[in-house]
Design a protein around this ligand. Sequence first.
Ligand code: UDP
Length: 436
Amino acid sequence: MAGQEHQRRQRIVLFPLPFQGHISPMLQLAALLHARGLAVTVLHTGFNAPDPTRHPTEFTFVPIHESFPAELLALNAACEAPFRESLASLLLRGGQDQDVACAVVDGQCYSALRAAHQLGVPALALRTDSAATFRSMLAYPRLRDAEERLDELVPDLEPHRARDLIRVDGSDTDALCGFIGSVDDAMRASASGVVINTFEGIEASELAKIQRDLSRPKFAVGPLHLLSQASVEQGLHAPDRGCLAWLDAHPPRSVLYVSLGSVACVDRGVFEEMAWGLAVSGVPFLWVVRPGMVSGGGEEVPPLPDGFSEEIRSRGKIVSWAPQREVLAHAAIGAFWTHCGWNSTLESVCEGVPMLVQPCFADQMVNARYVTHEWGVGMEVGEEIEKGRVAKAVTKLMVGEDAAQVRGRAHHRLQKQASAATSLSIASLVHYISSL
Ligand code: UDP
């Protein structure tokens, strides 16, 4: 039968890892591809399942498994069979609008990349971290023996020192090498390309090196949150929007926003030093105190240190989840004390907000090093979190000569480059997908 309604539409099948920092960029990419005519199916786990009502009604959401382990090797093992079965059943269903053009799989989910490839479905790997992290991961096996040279710059990975690259909390080095090796193998053997949530303006040389080292097409499609202009928060938790009205009552650039993202935890002692450091600094603050963020404290919102409520009454606000992008865009925000998750880093870069960096694990050390030493838009809070040092670092970043320079770079250089990022890469990605 002739007619527009019977035209076969190309469908992409997306599979994010079930964590906030991975789900958001995947769904932002989905929105961009959907806006360019591709049909979207999202395979997802029952654990941290996305809410379909917050996305275009044309998106199809298919749960593939009830729950998954949080550890990445176990997660890869657990998702391989359910992913393969779901993708195979989508292929079998075939029909009018089910031409699967390709799968877009989280770059850390090597088992799903492999499964898609084995089923004959071209697979693209989405890196939800930076180009620098991607490169440093690929270099990890040769870095693991560099423990004794922690402070030396790593050749071809400058500005990183070994200490920025090899710290992964409590993880056994062999298991980590095994994981990274599998990611690398799947990337080279099973992926038809890599899609990275970054942009030339901040990572041009890293992207050029990836082009050189990896014989796969690469697409730098970021900053995805900015380009997708997603009006809805893709957060797994409901944000406390009351903090926006609280910010309205503050002068421009006077408030420090504090958040360690959705996963990082700190010891009780560090939590208390953070609190008293904020108190001693005298700076107004908005602090995300997330349930479960203090190790060993269960899933409860951690109790504040005795006597700290007085500080909050006078010049602080605590929420358990913030509408972060709106907070960072608010004129009252002067700086962001962050764990340097890649999404938080990009969101801060795009709003021109200087950062106080407290990396905790995974790619956060790499991002922190870029913030402080490559882009010059942040300062370190210090290895040891102690209230006196915290207060000093906060005041240094919020007021004074250094603060003005850091803010100038964040605002005039980085933010301008971010707002100049275009969707040209998305257009070439769509073109590539239709050629697969
Ligand atoms: N986020 C938020 N509200 C909060 C804390 C975090 O909306 O109170 C969002 C933040 O905007 C970012 C994501 O959660 O998009 C965290 O991702 P990131 O990569 O920064 O860190 P992760 O949570 O993966 O460590």
